[in-house]
Design a protein around this ligand. Sequence first.
Ligand SMILES: [Zn+2]
Length: 147
Amino acid sequence: MSSAPWYLNAERPSLKHQRKWKSDPNYTKSWYDRGAKIFQAEKYRKGACENCGAMTHDAKSCMERPRKKGAKWTNMHIAPDEKIETFELDYDGKRDRWNGYDASTYARVIERYEARLMKRRLMRANRWTLLRLRSVFVPLAEGAREL
Ligand SMILES: [Zn+2]
């Protein structure tokens, strides 16, 4: 701005330098490859998790149920190594609660609700037909008893 309005005080120092106004060119909105495995070991490796045998964490931070005898001692059911990724996310990216959300999975939610709705409609229809049938047959049966 060559001719800034008088109220901007363009000559005086501003706080512009504190703002990150340039966006990173190689910024991606990628997200974690959830549940991805890298390597499946056949036997226990030294330094791996004593509980499950994965190399990527220790027994203290293991997400698996604590085994009665860990993989270190049994050498059985060694868990595969997890894929560990790190991202350079910006302020908004770190707080984006919908990052990594696959919108196509919402079709499953809709499917479930529609199934419930159809079931409810069927129940209502059945109740109505039952009531109608009873209003026809119960008086007939009572009439038959009187005879
Ligand atoms: Zn583990």
